[in-house]
Write a protein that binds this ligand. Structure first.
Ligand SMILES: [Zn+2]
Length: 313
């Protein structure tokens, strides 16, 4: 072994021996790096402009502007990074912002969670950026302060440390074949939580992995609550809560109310099979040079008012 190779090997051994928190800090660092790289590559993209805002746009009345995947947020409010029965995860992302109705909703849900599930509390994932808008990494939606990701892992007793909240890995709820949930992690409490969220009239949609919807479709009793629960890629570590536009808010473009029935038949089977294929038999990359990535959304793709939101003090 040459001298430099020996040093590299020693460093690898040392890195493996470091405590999780110290080693895992690189997760937050890697995220910061990829955000910086995206800003450098596309400085004028809407995601670069909104992704660098660390304060909300001051406004007389909070407003969700545009649609879930093309919009922004005026008068955003932060969910406190912890409360009696919740903790916000990945604090370095500054994505614990939302329309005040989302913040109120999550605080109430967190208060109710010990009673509904027996958990100590919720781990809250990404909501929106302080002024909403597209993000530098992840998520097509979450742009108008009405979407929130909630971890499917309960808050442990005593909560997580700040370092853990940046780095602790989430638990995959899908079984190894991705056709159903993993019985080692999936519990009746998960079903109770999703059922309670779905029952709230403020909730417009819930997104979960197809494997999770398979488990929900097996539940006996009333099936009407399943209509709002929609299958989508990912969402195997967390589920996604989407609130409806606040009543009378003309600037907010909502979605059609769900009209899919329980969604447990052929549609779900299709999702499960496409997901299985994508994971276990992915398309081979085409030979030749990689196609150039499409430029990200510009400000013109958002409602004109979002320029004022960006420029506001
Ligand atoms: Zn989400």
């Amino acid at each position: 072994m040459t001298y430099p190779a020996r040093i590299t090997a020693c460093l690898a051994v040392l890195a493996a021996a470091l405590p999780l928190a110290a080693r895992a800090q690189s997760t937050a660092e890697q995220e910061a790096k990829s955000r910086a790289a995206n800003i450098a590559a596309w400085p004028d993209a809407a995601r670069s402009l909104f992704g660098q805002k660390t304060t909300p746009a001051a406004t007389s009345a909070p407003r969700a502007i545009g649609s879930y995947a093309r919009g922004c947020l005026a008068g955003g409010e932060a969910l406190p990074t912890e409360g009696p029965s919740w903790q916000v995860m990945r604090l370095n992302r500054h994505r614990n912002w939302g329309h005040p109705i989302l913040v109120d909703y999550l605080e109430k849900l967190a208060r109710d969670v010990p009673r509904i599930t027996g958990w100590n509390g919720l781990l809250v994932g990404d909501m929106s950026q302080p002024r909403g808008g597209p993000m530098l990494t992840g998520h097509a939606s979450h742009q108008i302060g009405l979407d929130a990701d909630v971890w499917l892992t309960p808050m442990p007793r005593g909560g997580l440390s700040r370092e853990q909240r940046e780095n602790v890995p989430a638990v995959n709820m899908a079984r190894s074949d991705w056709r159903d949930v993993d019985p080692r992690h999936w519990t009746p409490s998960h079903v109770r939580l999703l059922r309670a969220v779905s029952a709230d009239p403020k909730v417009e949609r819930i997104f979960v992995n197809p494997a999770i919807k398979v488990a929900l479709c097996r539940e006996p009793g009333d099936r009407s609550w399943l209509e709002k629960v929609r299958p989508i890629w990912g969402h195997n570590y967390h589920f996604h809560i989407r609130l409806a536009c606040p009543a009378g808010m003309a600037s907010c473009q909502g979605q059609e109310p769900p009209n899919f029935g329980d969604g447990c038949g052929a549609e779900l089977t299709g999702w499960v099979e496409r997901q299985h294929e994508a994971i276990f038999n992915p398309p081979k990359p085409r030979p030749g040079p990689k196609p150039k990535p499409k430029p990200p959304m510009g400000l013109d793709a958002l409602p004109p008012e979002c320029r004022q939101v960006l420029a506001a003090p």
